[in-house]
Design a protein around this ligand. Structure first.
Ligand code: CUA
Length: 145
C-alpha cells in the first residue's frame, strides 16, 4: 500500500472517530434522547381503552420501546374492538395471535383496524418488527371473557 493511501485511510478513521465522539458528547450534554413522535395532531398520546357502545370498544395503543400501552385489556365476548395504533419512538409491529391482525405502529401516524372476538380466551399481542434490544419482551394481552 502506498504511503499516501495509508495516510488518507488513517486520517479518515481519525476524523470519523472524532466526529462520532463529538456527536455523542454534544447529544449527552444537551440531554438529547430518541425523539418522541406521537401523531402530530395529538389525537392521543397515552394508551387507553374506551367504549363506544354496548358491543364496541376502542383501544388506543401507543407502542414504545419496549411495551404496548395499555399492556392488558379486558373486553366481553362478542365485542368488536376498534384498534387505533401509533408509536412514540421507532417503528413497531402489532400482531394479535390467532387473529388476522397485523399492523405497523409508525411514529406520527395512526393505523386503525376493527376486529371481532367471538371466542373466549387470552389473545397475545406481539411486536413483529425488530425495534431494539428489548424487542422480544414487547408483548400485550387482550382478555376476552
Ligand atoms: Cu417493538 Cu419489536
Amino acid at each position: 500500500m502506498d504511503r499516501a493511501e495509508k495516510f488518507i485511510i488513517s486520517f479518515s478513521i481519525v476524523v470519523l472517530v472524532l466526529f462520532v465522539t463529538g456527536i455523542i458528547i454534544v447529544a449527552k450534554g444537551a440531554g438529547i434522547d430518541i425523539a418522541e413522535c406521537v401523531p402530530s395532531d395529538k389525537t392521543f398520546t397515552e394508551g387507553r381503552l374506551g367504549q363506544l357502545d354496548e358491543h364496541t370498544y376502542q383501544a388506543y395503543y401507543v407502542a414504545k420501546m419496549w411495551a404496548f400501552e395499555p399492556r392488558e385489556i379486558e373486553i366481553p365476548l362478542e365485542s368488536e374492538l376498534d384498534i387505533f395504533l401509533t408509536s412514540k419512538d421507532v417503528v413497531h409491529g402489532f400482531h394479535i395471535n390467532e387473529k388476522a391482525v397485523n399492523l405497523m405502529a409508525v411514529p406520527g401516524t395512526i393505523n386503525k383496524y376493527r376486529v371481532k372476538f367471538s371466542k373466549k380466551g387470552t389473545y397475545e399481542i406481539v411486536c413483529h418488527e425488530f425495534c431494539g434490544t428489548g424487542h422480544q419482551n414487547m408483548v400485550g394481552k387482550i382478555i376476552v371473557k
